[in-house]
Design a binder for this molecule. Structure first.
Ligand SMILES: Cc1cc2nc3c(=O)[nH]c(=O)nc-3n(C[C@H](O)[C@H](O)[C@H](O)COP(=O)(O)O)c2cc1C
Length: 381
């Protein structure tokens, strides 16, 4: 009987489906709900020591819908931009909720997403205080593409491998629990920040955060969306539409892990909505799979069909555990030049096989349809 249970950096998860940092983990009540619904782990909305600096705007989401109308009259959402900041709730409230969650859900895996300014004391304080409150591990948010970079936080750090390595080093000096560094996709080579965080000792990486985007322009008002008092700012793109980019980046990170850091882990995300999506991230080397926008579209209950779909995939291929297929598909990536070489060889082999087949060796092999080809094959000149 196949199992979804998995141990990642020592954390025992009933399944690999993790609530990604964002609205679905925005307070203790909803985190408890997610654990009750059977999610493998929950990452809280990113917390910081001084939430008074975090001021959100409304509206802060923009969505793209399919042009094709579904049977129920709706048009499916496949792209989602947000200009939401990290949590605007006081740090002390979070600490109380972490403690309460570990009392009410002692088995539930609670991961704290943390972000601070470029300040060693602040990073070490936030890690220490959250550990005291009982969280099971950390995800460091180096990847929010909007708002926070103006304070040199989030993606401003994640885009600079040197700063990233230094900040991860500060965290690793004090952290006793596992730490994942969350990567921004808004870089040319995601391998560089990946290596920087792993060199600093992080236990794993998460990828991807949202992609810097402009969701569209309203053709009546001529204002870009989402419009706040007539203006906007570029935001972060998520949902189904980003999955191909997320898969490519996870593949690149997993290749670095395989070749250079085999004891570290990858938490993959970006557009996951089904168990089949998750299977693809795991085939490309992810140990866990996170979901944010999928929960905002369909609710916490989506984890049940996701688990069923992933198990059905595993049973079809006779995989007993996630270890049996994690990273399996990485071996099929190569260079374009190698694709050309392989295709030239395969075509030549096929042609030779065809020629061989046409060469009549006994009179019973003559065939009405191939008669001319067979005659040709036997002829010289
Ligand atoms: C509305 C919204 C808010 C988000 N807030 C955070 C956040 O506070 N911290 C963080 O690390 N990522 C945040 N994210 C990014 C998600 O965790 C995730 O990396 C990204 O959305 C891609 O996954 P998805 O396609 O499943 O949503 C947010 C995403 C959305 C849509």
């Amino acid at each position: 009987m196949a199992t979804l249970a998995t141990t990642v950096n020592g954390l025992k998860l009933p399944n690999p489906f993790v609530i990604a940092s964002g609205p679905p983990g925005t307070n203790g009540k909803v985190i408890g709900r997610a654990l009750d619904e059977g999610w493998g782990a929950v990452i809280c909305k990113t917390v910081s020591l001084d939430a008074s600096k975090v001021v959100n705007v409304q509206p802060r989401y923009g969505r793209l819908r399919s042009r094709h109308t579904q049977a129920d009259g709706s048009n499916e959402i496949y792209g989602w931009e947000n200009i939401e900041l990290i949590s605007d709730r006081p740090f002390e409230a979070w600490i109380d909720e972490f403690k309460a969650l570990k009392d009410s859900h002692p088995e539930g895996v609670l991961i704290c997403s943390a972000m601070e300014e470029y300040n060693k004391d602040a990073w070490q304080e936030i890690i220490g205080r959250c550990e005291e409150a009982g969280v099971d591990s950390f995800e460091l948010n180096f990847s929010c593409p909007h708002g926070l970079p103006e304070r040199k936080m989030g993606a401003a750090m994640g885009e600079d491998p040197e700063i990233l390595e230094e900040v991860c080093g500060w965290v690793m000096e004090v952290a006793k629990k596992p730490v994942w560094a969350k990567m921004t996709p808004n870089v040319t080579h995601i391998e560089d920040p990946t290596r920087a965080s792993l060199r600093a000792g992080c236990d794993g990486v998460s990828a991807i955060n949202t992609i810097r985007s402009v969701i569209g322009v309203d053709l009546e008002t001529l204002r870009p969306e989402p419009t706040v008092e007539g203006y906007t700012t570029p935001g972060g793109y998520s949902c189904q539409a980003v999955k191909p980019i997320a898969l490519r980046m996870c593949m690149e990170i997993a290749t670095v892990l395989r070749d250079e850091f085999p004891d570290r882990t990858l938490s993959g995300m970006g557009g996951v909505e089904t168990g089949e999506d998750a299977a693809q991230f795991i085939l490309l080397g992810s140990h866990t799979v996170q979901v944010c926008t999928g929960v905002m579209k369909s609710g916490y209950g989506v984890v049940a069909p996701m688990k069923e779909q992933l198990l059905a995939f595993m049973e079809k291929h006779k995989f007993d555990s996630l270890n049996d297929f994690r990273g399996h598909s990485l071996q099929y990536f190569t260079t374009h030049a190698d694709l050309v070489r392989r295709q030239t060889e395969a075509r030549a082999a096929k042609k030779a096989e065809h020629e061989k087949k046409k060469m009549v060796k006994a009179d019973t092999e003559w065939d009405g349809d191939d008669f001319v080809d067979q005659s040709d094959a036997l002829a010289r000149g």
